[in-house]
Design a protein around this ligand. Sequence first.
Ligand code: ZN
Length: 81
Amino acid sequence: MKCPNCTQDNKESAKACRKCGRDLVIPPAWFPDFKWHAKTLGILYAGIVVFYLGVTFALRKLPKPYQLRQIPPQLTPWLKG
Ligand SMILES: [Zn+2]
């Protein structure tokens, strides 16, 4: 069998690569590839966009005066001066 690390040929019964010493008993662990990253990040980004649009829509539906973008100065008198 070939070593997955250095492609050195080893005996089928070998427990470790004779060149680099890599353990041949444990199957290679799954490693995320570019497609997996693109898919996962795409799903996360789409979720964030949907969440943002949902929150924006919900905030616009709030009754007055909570839908205001700017807080009137009389609501924060401690910020005067
Ligand atoms: Zn090796």
